[in-house]
Design a protein around this ligand. Structure first.
Ligand SMILES: Nc1ncnc2c1ncn2[C@@H]1O[C@H](COP(=O)(O)OP(=O)(O)O)[C@@H](O)[C@H]1O
Ligand SMILES: [Mg+2]
Length: 143
């Protein structure tokens, strides 16, 4: 397991980090985003998706729809928000198995499906920093 810690990232630095990570993603990649409400999971996901699709400002939070899909040159991008879901079966009904196998998956609130996530998923945890415009972030992934 490899990990990295980033302290006091502003919005622009978060966006730059997301762009770098997006460049590494391919079909079968899974990015898990953990952190309290308002830490910036959807913002980070949007920056990943903008880079993958090559379009700016196309991303809205899947809080209500639970999943949004975006075509990209690298494959279909699936953006999940599992906050309101209670069981793994509900997540499977959203198509998570296809997403994991044939798409690029970006998952907010991934805790409920921990057991079906691939070993090589990229885990990102975001925390508020003291300055309210900044965030601390840690990334871990299998090598
Ligand atoms: N350094 C930062 N990184 C990420 N988001 C930030 C930062 N500073 C301020 N914000 C703001 O915090 C909010 C995070 O909201 P959102 O991404 O919806 O959070 P979550 O999905 O974790 O609930 C956004 O309005 C964003 O503009
Ligand atoms: Mg969100």
């Amino acid at each position: 397991m490899k990990s990295a810690e980033y302290k006091n990232l502003n919005l622009l630095q978060m966006a730059e980090l997301a762009t770098k990570i997006a460049n590494e993603l391919t079909v079968g990649s899974v990015v898990c985003l953990s952190g309290d409400l308002g830490t910036g999971k959807t913002f980070f996901a949007a920056m990943l998706i903008n880079k993958l699709t090559g379009k700016a400002d196309s991303v809205t939070s899947p809080t209500f729809n639970l999943v949004h899909n975006y075509p990209s040159p690298k494959g279909e991008v699936w953006h999940f928000d599992l906050y309101r879901l209670k069981s793994q079966v509900e997540v499977q009904q959203l198509g998570i198995d296809d997403a994991l196998r044939y798409g690029i998956s970006i998952i907010e609130w991934p805790e409920i499906i921990q057991s079906i996530l691939p070993e090589n998923c990229v885990k990102i945890a975001i925390d508020f920093a003291k300055d309210e415009s900044k965030r601390n972030l840690s990334i871990s992934f299998a090598q």
